[in-house]
Design a protein around this ligand. Structure first.
Ligand SMILES: Nc1ncnc2c1ncn2[C@@H]1O[C@H](COP(=O)(O)OP(=O)(O)OP(=O)(O)O)[C@@H](O)[C@H]1O
Ligand SMILES: [Mg+2]
Length: 284
């Protein structure tokens, strides 16, 4: 089971959009997907039309009051969801009185691998808070989401440093994959930025980039992932490509099915080593 938190301390860079629609693309391929909304803003929950009031949420799961099964609701497109609600913010206060509060999600997911192949965790913008720490403690690979706009490279490098600090504090190592979003190939700036990101992050930068798309803005208002709203739109195509690349990139070669041919094995950095990794300039 892969546990992928979607992180960046920058707000509004596309974390939720990427988490929700990658979940939709993976589910459309028949993968068993759980999306955990770990943001008190509850944008992933609302974007899947699953607003809840009295039912248990991620907050109760982290507090150990309920089991994972108690919290899961069925979202559209075959996505299972652990919903969020504003009271998740209270966990941040309660965590001061808890022993090892950053391990709560990992505990909550203890038996999840019987049911799921992928657990995607939508994180709040604060990458150094206790909610994000929970996601990173449980994670197998952190997904660093980078909007291909102004100051993106500096922001991504800063986020990478925060991830390295968290990993060091937790005494853990985890892989990182970087995904570019809101890409507009008509702008020279965005094309050059993508080349710079590939050069800086090397093999940890995924080849798939998510282009700007009106459908991605419309879909959450309708409570749907783009794979349900319009499976043939370009955003759905981008997320299908991202799902395919991740499956090839993260699945051990001996577990790949014939339908998903093994890709050339690439050396990958961990969060501790990626900063010192060799740059691999690419063209786009
Ligand atoms: N590829 C895209 N094309 C067009 N609009 C996009 C794209 N990705 C995200 N957006 C829009 O950008 C805005 C911010 O996206 P999103 O909510 O996913 O960011 P976020 O990083 O989760 O934000 P926050 O830090 O507040 O959680 C939203 O209005 C979303 O619809
Ligand atoms: Mg968000």
């Amino acid at each position: 089971m892969q546990v992928l938190p979607f992180v960046n301390q920058k707000g509004g860079c596309g974390k939720t959009t990427t988490a929700v629609n990658l979940a939709g693309a993976l589910a459309a391929r028949g993968e068993r997907v759980l999306l955990v909304d770990l943001d008190p803003q509850a944008h992933a929950t609302l974007g899947l039309g699953c607003a809840i009031e009295d039912e248990p949420t991620a907050a109760e799961l982290l507090l150990g009051e309920v089991t994972l099964d108690d919290t899961v609701v069925q979202g559209p497109g075959g996505i299972d969801l652990v919903p969020s609600e504003r009271r998740l913010a209270e966990f941040e206060e309660a965590s001061e009185r808890l022993l090892e509060p950053e391990r709560r999600l990992q505990l909550g997911l203890e038996n999840a691998e019987r049911t799921y192949d992928w657990v995607l965790v939508d994180c709040p913008p604060r990458a150094d808070g206790v909610l994000c720490a929970n996601a990173l403690y449980a994670c197998t690979t952190a997904m660093l989401i980078v909007e291909t706009g102004a100051f993106a490279l500096q922001g991504a490098l800063q986020a990478q440093r925060v991830l390295a600090e968290v990993a060091e504090n937790q005494g853990r190592e985890f892989g990182v994959r970087v995904v570019g979003t809101m890409f507009d190939r008509r702008t020279k700036f965005a094309r050059e930025l993508l080349v710079a990101l590939h050069a800086r992050f090397g093999d940890d930068m995924l080849d798939t980039v998510i282009r700007t798309s009106v459908r991605l803005r419309e879909a959450p208002a309708l409570g749907l992932p783009v794979h349900v709203l319009d499976p043939s739109c370009r955003a759905a195509t981008d997320f299908s490509a991202l799902a395919e690349e991740l499956i090839l990139s993260l699945t051990p070669r001996d577990e790949l099915t014939p339908a998903a041919p093994a890709k050339q094995t690439k050396a990958r950095g961990t969060v501790k080593s990626v900063g010192q990794g060799t740059a691999r300039p690419k063209t786009v």
